[in-house]
Write a protein that binds this ligand. Structure first.
Ligand SMILES: [Zn+2]
Ligand SMILES: [Zn+2]
Length: 380
């Protein structure tokens, strides 16, 4: 068979191995094939003289210094990069809980941001926090505090990253880091990000958090804008805290990951302890709650907004809030809005199931419940 070979060089073009834009690599020119030429710089119009290496060197030097000078003040300064947003809102950078969701990223895992007219706090910055904050247009250089509830990867992994944002590439001494002593003592958050070391005493990284506080249950912490954060125990494994927060009459709560039901009653009256011994932590044949953490019901009553890490409908009750537990806690609590987050991925891979669980809790408890859309500002 006689196969006609394409010419090595296009017709009417002299082959000049010294010309920067010549086709000299021996790759096919056919667009049916992918080759290195697709990743090479696009050809410049032939009428423009090629930039010499000396000219390229000059342009690289000029743009490097010009851009650094232009952009440095917005990063290394006493003000946030963008003018502070004076609104009051919550923005969720993730609504997924459970290790399966963490690894599959069915829902994001960046925690959430509370923004008030003169106070901004990032809560539980898990993997993806900085990426999604940027995607959703949040300026984390305006943060005044970072709250980490406990030492699970979906809650603390990007704490160091958002602390660097809060401290404006560690150039400023500002903001508060709030975390369990267990995380601080064991360097889940590094000494540098706790503000304890200054690697370059005379360099640009002289900043860090102004305060780093080990959380203590029921010990209120005064922060920017007359904000008071009071940590509350969470029952989940390891040192772990939720909080209630007051700001000029506004009351907001966050449960963190916690169990609520200690024991439940079956339809035959038998009382069953909620322990890891239950397969998948399932409360099978649930007929009512026999025992629960009364402090949680007290701590999260009377709130304008409660953010509840509602992991499962009726499973893993020894480690997580369930819909049954949430109904019990919300009933008669005076909570005006419950935002359910940190759900297992199964509530999203089964279409509509997250919203269905919210509807179940709302109708049983009488408290408005939602599962938020990630990235939206929920006005307070
Ligand atoms: Zn979690
Ligand atoms: Zn956890």
């Amino acid at each position: 068979m006689n196969i006609e070979q394409p010419p090595l060089q296009p017709d009417n073009e002299e082959f000049d191995p010294g010309h920067a834009h010549s086709h000299g690599f021996g790759f096919s020119h056919s667009h049916d094939h992918h080759g290195l030429h697709e990743y090479l710089p696009a050809e410049q119009p032939t009428e423009q003289p090629a930039e010499t290496l000396e000219e390229l060197d000059e342009r690289l030097r000029r743009l490097t210094i010009k851009t650094l000078w232009d952009e440095t003040p917005e990063w290394f300064g006493p003000e946030p990069r963008k003018p502070r947003d004076r609104g009051s809102w919550l923005c969720f950078l993730g609504t997924g809980g459970s290790p399966r969701n963490l690894l599959s990223q069915v829902r994001r895992t960046g925690g959430f941001v509370l923004n008030l007219p003169d106070f901004m706090m990032h809560i539980d910055p898990g993997p993806g926090a900085i990426y999604h904050a940027n995607q959703f247009g949040l300026d984390l250089t305006a943060l005044d505090a970072v709250f980490v509830s406990h030492g699970h990867t979906d809650h603390y992994t990007e704490a160091g990253v958002v602390i660097e944002a809060m401290c404006r590439i560690m150039s400023q001494r500002r903001g508060a880091v709030l975390a369990p002593a267990e995380l601080l003592d064991n360097n889940y958050i590094t000494a540098f990000h706790q503000g304890k070391v200054t690697p370059l005493a005379n360099g640009p990284y002289r900043g860090g958090p102004a305060v780093t506080l080990a959380l203590q249950a029921q010990k209120p912490i005064a922060l920017e804008g007359s904000t008071i954060v009071t940590p509350h125990n969470a029952y989940h494994g390891g040192e772990n805290y939720g909080f209630s927060l007051t700001y000029k009459g506004l009351k907001i709560g966050y449960t963190s990951d916690t169990s609520y039901i200690k024991a439940y009653r079956k339809s035959n009256g038998e009382v069953v302890s909620v322990t890891s011994g239950l397969r998948l932590g399932e409360m099978a044949d649930f007929a009512g709650i026999a025992d629960y953490y009364t402090d949680l019901k007290e701590n999260y009553s009377g709130l304008d907004v409660l953010i509840a890490n509602a992991g499962y409908h009726h499973a893993f009750a020894h480690r997580h809030f369930t819909a049954y537990g949430l109904v019990h806690m919300l009933k008669g609590s005076g909570v005006k809005l419950c935002i359910m987050t940190h759900l297992d991925s199964l509530y999203f891979t089964n279409p509509g199931l997250a919203q269905d669980m919210a509807r179940y809790v709302q109708e049983k408890s009488g408290v408005r419940c939602i599962v938020p859309e990630e990235g939206l500002r929920l006005e307070l």
